[in-house]
Write a protein that binds this ligand. Structure first.
Ligand SMILES: Cc1cc2nc3c(=O)[nH]c(=O)nc-3n(C[C@H](O)[C@H](O)[C@H](O)COP(=O)(O)OP(=O)(O)OC[C@H]3O[C@@H](n4cnc5c(N)ncnc54)[C@H](O)[C@@H]3O)c2cc1C
Length: 402
């Protein structure tokens, strides 16, 4: 019995394995991962793990007993090295594994700042081991420079401020999160940094880091020099596709998949690595969000268990981010969209904005407005896209005209 092999033992891989059992799949399931840990949740890595609000044991998804009870064979500390599609085999550091169905869930790794690889005190944050070593440095009371004001950089800055440390965030764009949520909402996110005592420097890149063994400073492109004992780099990720090189699977910017998340017959991808044809938008996209990974895993589990009645994945991108005690949530797409702020009562949201493309409602962003955002996300899911109608609805939730 060859069954299913799932490569990548994290959120996406685990959810596919569990979804397969829930769908009545009875064959063997092997969940193969490179890390030493059992599958764990990554969002707390840049939040509660850094502040000490959570311990590593709190973020492990399942015990060995729970996995065994579901008949999921977890193979840790094992990396996939290659894929032989014709002979249905994955080459791994622990030998070859035969499969009938293969799920690629190898996610992504953090991009490094070129030239910083050998300097002590310079970190990226993707794994539990990364987070634990940043936590150790934060405990020593460092001067912290965060490179990149994306979600993860902003969360690390917030955690370091919560511990009372001196923090500077450097962002090459004019506003934090500009690419994800646009300029205006990026400016609203900037105020969270400033109100919480973080020094925010936008519109300038990093030229180089100085230091012999350990980092001493960050030199900006405009010549400014920031003293630092700890530098956390949050400048995006690279999909872990190298092991698929030469297999025939298209690995340009992730694993290219069709609407059903299929990359080749009986081969699927989920999570941060999947670049799939989203039928809702008529374009391919690779989304690096927790909820999208879970939604994709449900589709892949269904499609492996029920090959005769496959489903498409039409997920609407959604993410949350916790910064300085505030929750930012976004649903939809901000690309080429115009932002319309909804003046809001503070009990509804500290900040609420809708995004329109012409007359079409395409997205919503809230700070501390979970109920409003979830209702607007529901509107997107139901296909209600008349902008004026949605604006009226949003205002009825507690906007300036309520
Ligand atoms: C610090 C941090 C904070 C985050 N916070 C949020 C948040 O607040 N909100 C939100 O929406 N999303 C958040 N995310 C994103 C979310 O965690 C990811 O979308 C999710 O983890 C993707 O899951 P995945 O299974 O696709 O990939 P990953 O979680 O990246 O897992 C891939 C796994 O595959 C393994 N692997 C890689 N190569 C191989 C190989 N060759 N062989 C075997 N195994 C391999 C890796 O070691 C890893 O364990 C955060 C991510 C990080 C890193």
């Amino acid at each position: 019995m060859t069954g299913a092999v799932i490569v990548g033992a994290s959120l996406g891989g685990l959810r596919v394995a569990e979804g397969l059992r829930a769908a009545g799949y009875e064959d063997r399931i092997r969940l193969v991962g490179a890390e030493t840990h059992r599958p764990y949740d990554r969002p707390p890595l840049s939040k509660d793990i850094l502040t000490g609000g959570k311990e590593p044991s709190d973020i492990i998804f399942r015990s060995d007993e729970e996995l065994t009870a579901k008949g999921i064979e977890l193979v840790v500390e094992t990396s996939a090295l290659g894929l032989d599609v014709a002979n249905r085999r994955v080459q791994t550091t622990a030998g070859d594994l035969e499969f009938e169905d293969l799920v690629v869930a190898t996610g992504a790794r953090a991009r490094q700042l070129p030239g910083s690889e050998d300097l002590d005190g310079v970190h990226t944050i993707r794994t539990l081991d990364d987070a634990e070593s940043i936590r150790e440095s934060l405990r020593r009371g460092s001067r912290v420079v965060v490179v990149g004001a994306g979600f993860i950089g902003a969360e690390v800055a917030g955690a370091a401020r919560a511990l009372g440390l001196e923090v500077t965030v450097v962002e090459a764009m004019d506003h934090p999160l500009e690419r994800a949520v646009g300029r205006e909402a990026g400016a609203a996110c900037a105020s969270l940094h400033i109100e919480n005592g973080t020094t925010l420097i936008c519109g300038v890149g990093v030229d180089r880091l100085t230091g012999d063994d350990a980092v001493q400073s960050v030199v900006l492109a405009d010549g400014r020099q920031l003293d630092a004992d700890l530098v956390v780099v949050g400048i995006g990720v690279q999909p872990n596709v190298e092991w698929l090189d030469g297999s025939g699977v298209d690995i340009s910017n992730g694993v290219l998949c069709d609407e059903r998340l299929g990359a080749a017959p009986g081969i699927y991808a989920v999570g941060d690595i999947a670049r799939w044809a989203n039928p809702r938008y008529g374009e391919t996209m690779r989304i690096e969000h927790w909820t999208t990974t879970v939604e994709q895993a449900a589709v892949v589990a269904h499609n492996v268990a029920n090959p005769g009645s496959p489903r498409e994945c039409d997920a609407i991108p959604y993410f949350w981010s916790d910064q300085y005690g505030h929750r930012i949530q976004f649903a939809g797409r901000a690309t080429e969209a115009e932002l319309v702020e909804i003046g809001c009562r503070p009990d509804v949201a500290a900040y609420l904005a809708l995004y329109r493309r012409g007359d079409t409602f395409v997205g919503a962003l809230a700070i501390d407005g979970t109920v409003a955002l979830m209702q607007l996300r529901g509107r997107l899911m139901s296909g209600a896209d008349d902008f004026e109608e949605v604006r009226e609805f949003a205002e009825s939730l507690g906007g300036s005209n309520a």
